[in-house]
Ligand binder design. Structure first.
Ligand code: CA
Length: 243
């Protein structure tokens, strides 16, 4: 089944929330609804949605203040936020974006516009979820056929290793901390320890065989995938217990 992006709607007006939810459902999204900031926080604590539609004017804590808080929190800072509001003037738009919102929709808005903005935010925020082929040096990964090939040889990877490799290849040469890999690859790491990343990196290197050295441990920082590994391709990767 196709992945249905989850959308958390934070909106205190039931009629508006319902209208948004119906439109989202009809267009392949999985919406949930929170009617105030406290329940929105509970939803986010339970599971990280793919996108948050956040109303500015909420009873109690405002949407703007929620956005600021979520952006300041390492666990939630990567969740795309689109502010919904009746306020349309430039100063308010700027305040929303300054608070960390990714985009801004002024009410009243059309369902078409809302969907377009959600899709745009998803594209910007999650390039690793977009299908297609990514290639680094002799290694290539095709997410539509689920194939990984190194120098003409097909490799067998587990689903988590595949996702991890896809992320590392889409962001090659950059160093990723364990926490950020958990966020980006696992999506919601409430119940997962950072040690889990090490386990899957080890499995990934084994599955990559001669290309295993491309996945480098950067001491004290995390991991990166590089086309120019310090250890020559084909040699065994030294395993450090505490990198
Ligand atoms: Ca409202």
């Amino acid at each position: 089944m196709k992945h249905q992006p989850s959308v958390l709607i934070v909106e205190d007006e039931p009629a508006i929330a319902e209208l948004i939810a119906v439109n989202l459902r009809h267009n392949g999204f999985a919406p949930t609804w929170a009617m105030d900031s406290a329940s929105a926080q509970r939803e986010l604590d339970a599971v990280l949605p793919d996108v948050v539609l956040l109303d500015w004017m909420l009873p109690g804590e405002s949407g703007l203040s929620l956005a600021r808080r979520w952006r300041a929190d390492a666990r939630t800072k990567g969740v795309p936020i689109i502010m919904l509001t009746a306020r349309g003037d430039e100063a308010d738009r700027v305040a929303g974006l300054d608070a960390g919102a990714d985009d801004y929709i002024a009410k009243p808005f059309s369902a078409k516009e809302m969907l377009a903005r959600i899709r745009a935010v998803l594209r910007r925020r999650a390039p690793e979820q977009v299908g297609g082929v990514v290639a680094v040096a002799g290694l290539s990964l095709d997410s539509s056929t689920y194939r990984v090939v190194f120098e003409g040889q097909m490799l067998k990877l587990g689903p988590t290793e595949f996702k991890l490799l896809q992320y590392l290849m889409s962001h090659a040469e950059r160093v990723h901390s364990r926490a950020s890999l958990l966020d980006k690859v696992w999506g919601d790491h409430v119940f997962i320890e950072e040690r889990t990343v090490d386990v899957h990196v080890k499995r990934l290197r084994e599955a990559l065989g001669d290309a295993g050295a491309m996945v480098e441990t950067v001491r004290g920082a995390g991991y990166r995938l590089t086309s120019r590994p310090a250890v020559p391709l084909g040699s065994p990767v030294p395993v450090r217990a505490h990198a």
